[in-house]
Design a protein around this ligand. Structure first.
Ligand code: EPZ
Length: 418
């Protein structure tokens, strides 16, 4: 396993180009299962997770090739319908093949994803929704066995919580179903809208784009897609917070500021200078940041995927901050590691109280999940001394060439074998 070595307390300076969004590319790639032909997806990031879902599609019979960041996928010879435990256990988002396989082949056998570091991550909403659409579902030896006699039927699906991949799975099942499907309390994340746009380009009939109520009128067949992956708003937020924490100034390019309403508000409130212009954001920190409170919410609220990174920034703020995590039940794994770097954080249920200090100290820390590892990188960039982060395969799941991008910003960071 590899580790990251960061010599901290160097201000960041320069430009960083944002890649396509991991959490958009995954459903876009899954949606190519819906119809044969060559699909074209632009701006696809090269990540551990995108390589995993492409490997999964290969086991189902798909073929693909990449030209730069443009991905071409052909699912003509889709001859299998099983997503094995070995693949699914490495990436929960593999569950996204369930809806399209059912819609295209009328059957699917997908391993239950199992939990992960940040929570139990159930998929009951996905299964309930497909059941409402006429799918027969059984759980056998840790697999979801799904089938439908003739064709999925349109139905009404209500999400207690606006599940992102739940909305995406039902969307993909509904576009080829017979009749109309209504998704109530649908997730409104930009990644869901990116999928709506892809499906619409394929001939799907979807109303309610960007809203919490999606109405899909099923069609008999679809044509291959041509779609561009949206910029990664979580990668964008991670670099904005990194500059705010380590200090300096950077221009973050090829991003979409409109996808980060809550974060930009909060960073400005902390005292950072944030200047938006088109698809770039100029961020800089002049003085010590002020403490702020955040509460994670579904989009357009503050994203849970930026909670850990923001906590690193607040550990150096002037004053007390309260960070409340309302989406996942165990998303404070980074706190113990940040405390090893001197951060003063108290956990109280689903809230963490951070008392800002003057300086973090480098230490040996361990990554536990994707965004917790990002928060440790952010802290390491600001800390005095050297920080060693082990198990950085977590990081490589969701950040394309992070070491290269940070080095281009003047960070003293490199990778070493454990
Ligand atoms: C997506 O996960 C993202 N992953 C996550 O990003 C992100 O943190 C999350 O949405 C919330 O924004 C992808 O898009 C691939 P949910 P997802 O279903 O869809 C509960 C990252 O770091 N729930 O919106 O799995 C669930 O337990 C990852 O990039 C059920 O109870 O999240 C959670 O409390 C981490 N039953 C809440 O809903 C279900 O059937 C929101 O989960 C589904 C979800």
């Amino acid at each position: 396993m590899d580790k990251l070595i960061i010599e901290g307390a160097h201000k960041l300076q320069g430009e960083v180009r944002i890649s396509g969004a991991k959490n958009a590319a995954l459903p876009l790639i899954a949606a190519t299962l819906l119809t044969p032909g060559w699909h074209v997806i632009h701006n696809v990031p090269d990540l551990r997770d995108t390589r995993t879902i492409l490997a999964l599609l290969e086991t189902l019979g798909a073929e693909w090739k990449k030209e730069g960041t443009t991905l071409l996928i052909n699912t003509d010879s889709l001859n299998k319908f099983e997503a094995s435990y070995d693949l699914v256990k490495t990436m929960r988002a593999s569950i996204l093949v369930l809806g399209p396989l059912l819609a295209r082949l009328g059957k699917a056998r997908v391993s239950l994803p199992g939990g992960c570091a940040i929570g139990a991550r159930p998929i009951d909403f996905h299964l309930q929704g497909l059941n409402n659409m006429g799918a027969n579902l059984a759980l056998e030896d840790g697999y979801v066995e799904a089938s439908v006699v003739t064709r999925l039927m349109g139905g009404t699906v209500y999400f207690d919580i606006p599940s992102v991949t739940g909305t995406e799975n039902i969307l993909m099942a509904a576009v080829l179903a017979k009749g109309e499907t209504v998704i109530k309390n649908a997730a409104r994340e930009p990644e869901v809208t990116n999928l709506v746009d892809m499906l619409t380009s394929m001939g799907a009939r979807i109303k309610g784009r960007d809203s919490d109520r999606l109405i899909i009128r099923g069609v008999k067949s679809l044509k291959p897609a041509v779609v561009t992956t949206i910029p990664d708003r979580i990668e964008t937020g991670t670099y904005l917070i990194a500059v705010g924490t380590a200090g300096g100034e950077a221009n973050v390019t090829h991003c979409n500021p409109a996808h980060l309403p809550a974060l930009l508000e909060k960073l400005r409130a902390s005292g950072l200078s944030i200047k938006e212009s088109g698809d770039s954001i100029l961020v800089s920190r002049q003085a010590r940041v002020q403490s702020i409170d955040i509460k994670t919410q579904p989009y357009p609220g503050f994203p849970t995927d930026l909670q850990a990174q923001l906590m690193s920034l607040m550990s150096l703020a002037n004053g007390l901050s309260v960070v409340s995590e309302t989406i996942f039940e165990n998303r404070f794994m980074h706190v113990a590691e940040l405390k090893r770097m001197g951060a003063e954080i108290k956990i109280n249920g689903n809230s963490a109280i951070i008392k800002g200090i003057e300086q973090l100290k480098g230490a040996r820390v361990m990554a536990t999940d994707l965004r917790a590892s990002a928060s440790l990188v952010v802290a390491g960039l600001a800390a005095r001394g050297v920080t060693e982060i082990s198990r950085i395969y977590h990081l490589e799941r969701g950040y394309e060439d992070m070491v290269g991008k940070l080095q281009a910003l003047g960070a003293k960071v490199h990778k070493e074998k454990e």
